[in-house]
Design a binder for this molecule. Structure first.
Ligand SMILES: [Zn+2]
Length: 132
């Protein structure tokens, strides 16, 4: 998966243009911004959204209108609610700690007794388990 990161520019300026048109001006380089659709954007760590609407200037700076940010927040929440999850306690076996993999999850991911997995810490409260 290709992970795309953008410099988020919070100092977006709104400029009144004529009667009712509102232009969005890049807070970094003062160029006019246009609405674009990003293929992927990780608004919240670990939750990748697809086809995300954003504002982009000709220099490639990315920002979001309040409406766009609210939309991403809502979509991230929906994903969190609908993702199936399992809560397990950590137990001990000899000198190692053991997390049991629920049968449904093992079946879904095709994990068997001798499967090789890789564990990757993501910050201080999460880790990712990837099948090798
Ligand atoms: Zn810019």
């Amino acid at each position: 998966m290709i992970k795309m990161t953008f410099s988020y520019s919070p100092c977006m300026k709104l400029k009144e243009n004529g009667a009712k048109m509102t232009e969005i001006i890049c807070g970094k380089c003062r160029q006019e911004m246009q609405e674009v659709e990003l293929e992927q954007y990780e608004f919240e760590e670990g939750i990748v959204l697809e086809n995300v609407k954003a504002m982009r200037c000709t220099n490639g700076h990315i920002t979001f209108t309040e409406e766009q940010a609210t939309d991403m927040e809502q979509r991230s929440e929906d994903i969190k609610k609908n993702a199936f999850r399992f809560v397990r306690s950590v137990s001990k076996s000899a000198r190692s700690l053991v997390i049991r993999i629920p049968a449904d999850l093992a079946k879904h991911l095709d994990i068997t007794e001798n499967s090789k997995i890789e564990m990757i810490p993501l910050g201080k409260k999460r880790f990712m388990v990837e099948l090798k």
